[in-house]
Design a protein around this ligand. Structure first.
Ligand SMILES: *Cc1c(COP(=O)(O)O)cnc(C)c1O
Length: 713
């Protein structure tokens, strides 16, 4: 069989790029075409060394950097012996990693196929919006590190997710930037004769053609379907335009493309997956395509799905009812009309699959219900979320007691090499034993944190905080100038931010349930806290969905306080939250805040990223924190559910201020003999020791491999 899974296309793309560079830089062209560099220590520095400013201008995209760097910069790099040595060593390390044999029970000829609407692999691949994407990116990287046979499927959004700009009045505006795939570390998959491999997918009453891009994420190929091809009309090309487009018709078209088109793409590439992992409900139609043979043979839908079901596993991420996508029956039958005729299944059977009560024809079609019914295993993403998901979906198993509803949980985890800051990585390299980064799931690995001297641990925390503070000084001025603020305000935070001051972070999607509001609910207390003798500085970031006016108003209320001098100096909101900003914040902040309305946080992962950097959590006992907090490894706010949201918000605001005043500030500022905050350092150690092993992606992936991915359900 001819291999046409894009492997040779990537090699050719790297060779084409190398040909345009001075000969000694060829290894960098090859490194650029596999994101493995992004979690190799010193990887980014290989490209920064060519032209650090241009690397940032290119959004840290190494392919663009090599295409756009000046001839002079390239000539200089080609004579930089030290750089060439580091590039050779980097390439050899990556090669050795890619050449390892698979190390899991999963048959490499039948890999896990991971399907997701978004991937947060790297800043330079703008096909993510937030936590779901970051989690998916981390999972692929971890599968690569653990040598688990996996392929991934998603969409090549030509305009990605929106970019955010805040105006002087605090209102969010959105804009989109075109992505140019030939400038990405991606190769168009061809049949070897320079013809793109394509799949055809019936959507509405037309047939849409999609080509396929291959992106290397270490050992895991990520295949991205792209409908921006001449065969399609403008509406068809728009399907892979924007991530999370609000228009229902476009969204349904994306779901048909991801699910049905995704499975067709794997077939076209010669990949026969052993397990299909639907990460969130967007890919819920994939099992339908897996069952296409049986359907075409005339089997009824439920029967045809049985064998597809035996190969499909599903992860739900959304305990917010409104977050579970539902569409009216008419819209679904329109979007899938031609598909139904092609596969010859009964439209009513598909609609029933997506209803909580299949007979109730007034009920809309929900992708989560369809995915739950089409999977052999389903899991939530934290222990608490499991309970919430069982309650939410128990009606799908009428007559079953809640504890028998077959939804389990695999708590999320984060890819440590991606999120850990260099000073912290080097510190742990010195003090933890053996190949610790490969053994983060083993509690014994983390015992070494007890051997780190107080001075050393505190110095590393200080370095990571200082790096963040210097970044904030520059960014806050640029963002404030861009908003058109008055000069006094523009420079206030740049002057006041201090590398020795307790730094709090709160950054994530601005959705109402995340309760950014609590920070502004009691302005007097907030002002007192910020202006006390023990200073605090706060950094915030996050995007509200373009159609979520309530969330945008919460943002605006935050900016409503900026007239107070202390707020102008001590509180910074960074526009356009992305993976790179996230990394800076979780590395530098001393305290990471999370204030979801319980029980609406499925897991949350940004706090885990903070843990790996020695950050401490102040968080509502919801999502991952409900199973993580032990009384000594951070601070907790109550997690009970209150039927009256307003009184809950009031109490939680007071609880937040109290814990800050009574616990957090004293622990940070009460210093012992050598000027060290002993209580703080003790808590930092407790956090690393107890949470390091439990919230790394290594533990998460081991659980997926032993549970959902395991051949016998
Ligand atoms: C990790 C991450 C998130 C997740 O945030 P939570 O609120 O903790 O779930 C969101 N956005 C980005 C860019 C991230 O890196």
């Amino acid at each position: 069989m001819i291999v046409r899974d894009g492997t040779t296309d990537v090699i050719r793309a790297a060779a084409d790029l190398a040909e345009r560079l001075p000969e000694p830089l060829a290894p960098l062209a090859r490194i650029a075409f596999n994101y493995r560099w992004s979690w190799l220590p010193g990887g980014a520095e290989l490209f920064r060394a060519i032209d650090a400013d241009r690397f940032e201008l290119c959004g840290q995209n190494p392919v663009r950097l090599l295409q756009e760097a000046s001839a002079r910069a390239l000539r200089r790099a080609a004579c930089d012996k030290n750089l060439l040595d580091r590039a050779a060593a980097g390439e050899a390390a990556i090669r050795a990693d890619l050449d390892r044999p698979p190390a899991s029970e999963i048959d490499p000829d039948h890999p896990v196929a991971f399907l997701c609407a978004e991937y947060g692999v790297h800043l330079s691949l703008p096909i993510y919006s937030g936590g779901l994407g970051a989690l998916a990116g981390d999972l692929l990287k971890e599968a690569s590190d653990r040598a688990i046979p996996m392929v991934a499927v998603g969409l090549m959004y030509r305009k990605g997710y929106f970019r955010q700009r805040i105006d002087a009045g605090g209102w969010q505006h959105e804009y989109w930037i075109d992505t140019d795939p030939p400038r990405l570390p991606a190769a168009l998959v061809t049949d070897g004769d320079e013809h793109p491999v394509t799949v055809e997918v019936p959507i509405s009453d037309t047939v849409v053609t999609a080509q396929i891009w291959r992106v290397e994420v270490g050992r895991v190929p990520l295949f991205l379907l792209d409908t921006a091809v001449p065969e399609n009309d403008p509406v068809g090309r728009w399907i892979t335009g924007r991530l999370y487009e609000a228009d229902a018709e476009t969204r349904l078209a994306q779901y048909v493309l991801l699910g049905v088109g995704g499975v067709r793409a794997l077939r076209a590439l010669g990949i026969e997956p052993g397990v299909l992992h639907l990460n969130e409900g967007h890919a819920a139609l994939a099992p339908l395509e897996l069952a296409s043979g049986a359907l075409r043979n005339g089997e009824p839908l439920a029967q045809a799905l049985a064998s597809a079901r035996a190969r499909t596993v599903f992860t739900t991420h959304t305990p917010v009812p409104a977050g579970n996508d539902c569409y009216p029956a008419g819209a679904v039958t329109r979007a899938t009309g031609r598909l139904a005729r092609e596969l010859s299944y009964d439209q009513d059977d598909l609609l029933a699959l997506g209803r909580t009560h299949p007979e109730d024809s007034s009920e809309p079609f929900g992708v989560t219900q369809a995915a739950l019914r089409s999977s052999r295993s389903a899991n939530a993403v934290s222990r608490r979320h499991e309970g919430v998901a069982r309650d939410m979906w128990s009606a799908l198993w009428p007559g079953w007691p809640p504890e028998r509803v077959p939804i389990g949980h695999v708590t999320n985890g984060v890819h440590v090499p991606t999120w850990i800051g260099t000073p912290m990585r080097e510190l742990l390299d010195r003090h933890l034993e053996g190949d610790w980064i490969a053994n983060t799931a083993d509690p014994r690995t983390w015992r070494g944190v007890d051997r780190i001297a107080d001075e050393e641990l505190w110095a590393v925390r200080g370095r990571q905080r200082a790096e963040l503070v210097s970044f904030i000084r520059a960014r806050s001025v640029a963002d404030r100038l861009g908003r058109g603020d008055v000069r006094e305000y523009v420079e206030a935070a740049a002057r006041a931010f201090d590398e020795n001051v307790l730094t709090l972070g709160f950054a994530r999607r601005v959705a109402t349930y995340k309760r950014l509001d609590l920070l502004t609910r009691d302005p007097e207390e907030t002002l007192a806290l910020l202006g006390g003798d023990r200073p605090v500085q706060v950094v915030l970031a996050g995007k509200a969905h373009p159609r979520d006016d309530e969330a945008k108003r919460a943002l605006q209320r935050l900016f409503g306080l900026k007239g107070a001098r202390i707020i102008a100096e001590r509180v910074v909101f960074l526009d356009d939250y992305d993976l790179a900003t996230a990394a800076r914040l979780v590395r530098g902040c001393d305290v990471w805040l999370n204030l979801p309305r319980p029980p609406l946080e499925a897991s949350g992962t940004s706090g885990m990223k903070s843990v790996m950097n020695g950050g401490l959590q102040v968080s509502v006992l919801d999502g991952w924190w409900a199973e993580a907090y032990d009384g000594e490894n951070g601070w907790a706010l109550p997690g009970e559910v209150d039927a009256d949201p307003d009184s809950q918000d009031e109490r939680d605001t007071a609880a937040l201020h109290e814990v800050m005043r009574e616990e957090v500030l004293p622990a940070f500022y009460e210093r012992g003999v050598h000027g060290l905050p002993e209580a703080w350092l003790q808590r930092m150690r407790a956090s690393l020791r107890s949470l390091g092993p439990r919230f790394s992606a290594t533990r998460m992936l081991a659980e997926y491999a032993a549970g959902p991915y395991h051949n016998t359900p």
